[in-house]
Design a protein. Structure first.
Lengths: 493, 82
């Protein structure tokens, strides 16, 4: 090995390292080797605890980081460790006072005047029923891979959701029957989008054990409604195969967790600057002020909207990096959940980058089935319609199901009525993404010049900021009120 | 598959990779989708490419991304369907 400096060897100064190279510690052999030593592992564990501890409480942090690293370092026990951690996390969440399950069940308990047992008890019992049901369902799919359920898992899950929702409407089955059905609905809903991945996996000849499928249903690294990492088969493809690969994956996980924390800090600084210092109002307040005839200055309203969009984009990235970071600690080198959305050149590109696993869910369950079954002789229409089914129909369904508690809170009619704004957002987004897709397929690409990149940035993010007005999820204002407010921002009203 | 058709396929895949910011070398055996180098939308673009250029009807069988996961696999798949 030559110890000569690059300058001596070539006569040229060494190339300047970019900031990105500086942070690429996962490509430095010494760091990778260290990550596999006991000292390196202890450091990964410590940084993991510190990074995740900003989001979860102590017990959940220990469970998430400990289980992820144990699964990675004890591969022989990976499946039982993941299974135990996932369901321990779910059970803990269910037993905690003030959790979503109990809160949502409490709505119907109050409406039906039932106070014989705590909502937490009912949530736990329902969880037990759901676990047994899921286990039986997956076993059924393995035995009957051609059954209707196995071939159309998304339709089956949405039908189940709709049936439980319909049966739990007021006055249909009053009293205990309604409460029991509603409890099942509340507890099964977070699993609704995980189950189709598990069912599809079970149909594969290479399907892993049912236990591993159960371990990836709302896994402990992402206890949300969205499958970050899809299902067991997808995860298996990204599992580190060698010790070096594992070390690199875990370093990448740590980097992502640290990045998540940095974004959280940026979010806090922006909050201090815009809210505490400049007193930027919330978007809902600007709409209220407009509706009451005392609007804020247009500039203030635009700043409020842009600030709210920024906070939302940061929130998506922060959580996505947290979840994928923990999954990487477990040895799964998953693609990032949000990848440089500010570099989006087109709406299609934005849709791909901004919320990757949500986009993948829409593509897997809505785009692909539509693409293979409709308008086969009309390529452009076929692509547009499939994109529309994903970005509009799938998107709307996902969000309506996520907020299913509103059916008990405000009634089905109001839940649907207040959803009009988000549905409008979905239609406009889908149209924009669909047109962007067609343009790309026709070879129309954004200019690679600096001016072209600036134009792309302004176009994409102007669209995103304007549409955020309809997608903020507050449900406090009607579609027409929001449209009027948007018109006022352009000086039309 | 003819050599020029395979080159056209390589160019198409390379272009898709560049669109995803992936400028790493592409070997014929490299996995495209299950490796995460390309995403689900790219799958459908590739399907359309194969439909247009090789007249393959994907409604004839149950689609599995594993059939078209590398240049070599696509070649094998196309050869069996022609």
């Amino acid at each position: 090995m030559s110890l000569a400096s690059p300058l001596q060897a070539t006569g040229q100064p060494p190339p300047r390292r970019s900031l990105r190279d500086f942070f690429a510690i996962d490509t430095q052999p010494r760091v990778v080797v260290f990550a596999g030593t006991p000292g390196g592992r202890a450091l990964i564990f410590a940084i993991g605890l510190l990074a995740v501890g900003r989001y979860f409480d102590t017990w959940a942090t220990l469970l998430a980081v400990g289980a992820a690293l144990a699964a990675a370092w004890l591969p022989k026990y990976r499946a039982p460790l993941l299974l135990t951690a996932t369901w321990l996390a779910t059970l803990t969440e269910t037993l905690l006072s003030g959790n979503d399950f109990a809160d949502h069940i409490g709505l119907v308990m109050a409406a039906e005047g039932i106070a014989d047992l705590p909502a937490v008890g009912l949530a736990t019992a329902s969880l037990l029923v759901v676990v047994i049901g899921i286990r039986a369902l997956l076993a059924h799919v393995r035995l009957q891979p051609k059954s209707l359920l196995a071939r159309h898992p998304v339709l089956a899950m949405l039908a189940l959701e709709a049936a439980l929702c319909a049966l739990s409407l007021p006055n249909l089955l009053p009293g205990w029957p309604r409460l029991l059905i509603w409890s099942l609905l509340v507890v099964v809903t977070p699993f609704i989008w995980f189950l189709p991945y598990a069912i599809i996996d079970q149909r594969l000849p290479s399907a892993g054990p049912v236990g591993l499928q159960m371990a990836t249903l709302r896994p402990f690294w992402s206890p949300t409604y969205l499958p970050f990492g899809k299902g067991a088969a997808y995860l298996q493809k990204f599992l580190a195969k060698t010790p070096d690969d594992l070390a690199v994956t875990q370093i990448k996980g740590i980097k992502l967790l640290v990045w998540s924390n940095l974004l959280l800090a940026i979010q806090a600084v922006l909050g201090w600057l815009f809210v505490s210092h400049f007193d930027t109002p919330a978007v809902t307040r600007t709409i209220d002020a407009f509706l009451h005839g005392q609007p804020f200055p247009i500039t203030v309203s635009w700043v409020a909207l842009a600030y709210s969009t920024t906070q939302f984009a940061l929130q998506i990235a922060i959580w996505a990096h947290l979840f994928i970071g923990i999954a990487r600690l477990a040895g799964y080198r998953l693609p990032r959940g949000s990848w440089r959305p500010l570099e989006s050149r087109t709406l299609m590109d934005y849709f791909n980058r901004f919320h990757y696993y949500f986009k993948e869910l829409l593509v897997d369950f809505f785009f692909i089935p539509t693409f293979f079954s409709t308008f086969r002789k009309h390529p452009r229409l076929r692509m547009f319609f499939a994109t529309f089914m994903a970005a509009a129909v799938g998107n709307a369904l996902w969000h309506f199901v996520r907020d299913i508690d509103l059916v008990a809170r405000v009634g089905l009619a109001t839940a649907l009525e207040t959803f009009a704004s988000y549905a409008f957002y979905c239609v406009v987004l889908a149209t924009g993404v669909g047109l962007s897709q067609i343009r790309a397929n026709n070879g129309i690409r954004p200019s690679p010049t600096v001016a072209g990149k600036l134009y792309s940035f302004v176009f994409v993010w102007s669209f995103v900021v304007c549409m955020h007005l309809f997608s903020d999820g507050s449900r406090q204002h009607s579609l027409s009120e929001r449209l009027s407010f948007l018109a006022s921002l352009f000086g039309v009203i | 598959m003819q050599a020029d058709a395979k080159q056209k396929l390589r160019d198409f895949v390379a272009d898709a990779l560049i669109k995803h910011g992936d400028r790493n070398p592409l070997a014929d055996a490299d996995l495209l989708f299950t490796s995460g180098r390309l995403d689900s939308f790219s799958t459908m673009n590739l399907v359309m490419f194969l439909e247009e250029n090789f007249a393959i009807d994907f409604s004839d069988f149950e689609f599995d991304v594993g059939l078209i996961d590398s240049i070599n696999l696509i070649e094998r798949f196309v050869d069996t369907r022609l």
